[in-house]
Design a protein around this ligand. Structure first.
Ligand code: CP
Length: 359
């Protein structure tokens, strides 16, 4: 790939943009050296992750009191966001919506494409451009890998290049889920030396789960982390992620059964089988027993370990596990609202005002 000028893509063709290196794209997604579009986990380095965590902690604290909540709600009452979620979502949609409410951002939404003029033949690109006529940011979940990047590219060719946040793109990435996962790990291990050096197991459908892919990228920011990938043989983690881990010297191990790793890990990150991506129902015959967490397993896990799940779950975590103090998944989804609010603060440049707030 020949050198391209960074921090501006408005002179590139889509082919050049698509074929740019990840480092070049990370620069395209910034404005004035600061994060603008949020499209891939590789955009987040340790400094940025730690800053977002500090902002999220500050917002939580400010929001505890009515005076603080009123102040937060005045912060961005002049901003508007579009929530374009044309793939099912409960948590990501609601946590972004409530992050907007906390910060006073007004929101519009399209969740059902049959109610959009796309049914009249409008292209997704024109749809995105239309949203940008009305709002200051687009938060989007879209079934096709890479479309969030395409949306960013398209808007950067216009006079309204507003930020785009990828809230889940096909089987590829879910970078803001990875942010809330890091925030949850950070909060859980804050008084145990932090995330560095911890052993983390990711269990289930690793081939098609975008959350485990995005989290793997972020974990490379933490030295001495070890990752255990536990999956049926046909649903192993993709080589692109494994090669990335190798390039960052993050050790990983592939194992076939959850029972092998439960006594040694500090966090077990469960995922459901992603059979919505099946072409011909090929997941139906997968025996998920070896990739499920049951009440009996609680006795073999470390007392200090935590259990995570991006949710929704099916039966890969027995509901009896919910009452174990190590079950972190309900807090994890709430953490999503705070870290997403922190991300919106950072994108719109209000971090200094939040961090220096006093009542
Ligand atoms: N974790 C997650 O993305 O959940 P939803 O699909 O409900 O948004």
């Amino acid at each position: 790939m020949e050198a391209v000028e960074v921090n501006s893509n408005n002179h590139l063709t889509w082919d050049q943009f698509e074929n740019a290196t990840t480092d070049q794209k990370v620069d395209f997604f910034k404005r004035d050296g600061k994060i603008f579009d949020v499209l891939i986990s590789q955009q987040f380095n340790r400094d940025l992750l730690e800053e977002l965590i500090r902002i999220a902690d500050a917002i939580r604290k400010i929001a505890k009191r009515k005076k603080g909540m009123d102040w937060l709600q005045s912060l961005m009452s002049h901003k508007r966001a579009m929530l374009y979620f044309v793939q099912p979502s409960t948590r990501t949609f609601l946590s972004f919506l409530n992050a907007c409410h906390i910060l006073g951002i007004r929101s519009s939404e399209v969740r059902d494409p049959s109610t959009s003029s796309e049914v009249k033949g409008e292209t997704p690109e024109d749809t995105i451009r239309t949203f940008s006529s009305y709002v200051d940011m687009i938060i989007m979940r879209y079934p096709k890998e890479g479309f969030a990047e395409k949306a960013s590219f398209v808007l950067n060719q216009t006079d309204r290049p507003i930020p785009i946040i990828n809230a889940g793109s096909g089987k590829d990435q879910h970078p803001t889920q990875a942010l809330l996962d890091i925030y949850t790990l950070h909060r859980s291990f804050d008084d145990m030396g932090g995330i560095e050096g911890k052993s983390i197991a990711m269990v289930g459908d690793l081939l098609r789960g975008r959350t485990v892919r995005s989290l793997s990228y972020l974990l490379t920011n933490y030295p001495k982390v070890k990752i255990y990938y536990v999956s049926p043989p046909q649903l192993r983690m993709g080589n692109d992620i494994k090669n990335f881990l190798k390039s960052k010297s993050t050790p990983f191990f592939e194992v076939d059964s959850i029972e092998e790793i439960l006594p040694i890990v500090d966090a077990v990150y469960m995922t459901r089988i992603q059979d919505e991506w099946d072409k011909n129902g090929e997941s139906k015959d997968t025996n998920y027993d070896r990739y499920s967490l049951l009440e009996k397993h609680m006795n073999v896990m470390k007392k200090t370990a935590i259990i995570m799940h991006p949710l929704p779950r099916r039966n890969e975590i027995d509901v009896k596990v919910d009452s174990d103090p190590r079950a972190m998944y309900w807090r994890q989804e709430r953490n999503g609202m705070w870290i997403r609010a922190a991300l919106l603060i950072k994108i719109f440049g209000y971090e200094e005002v939040v961090m220096t707030y006093s009542d």
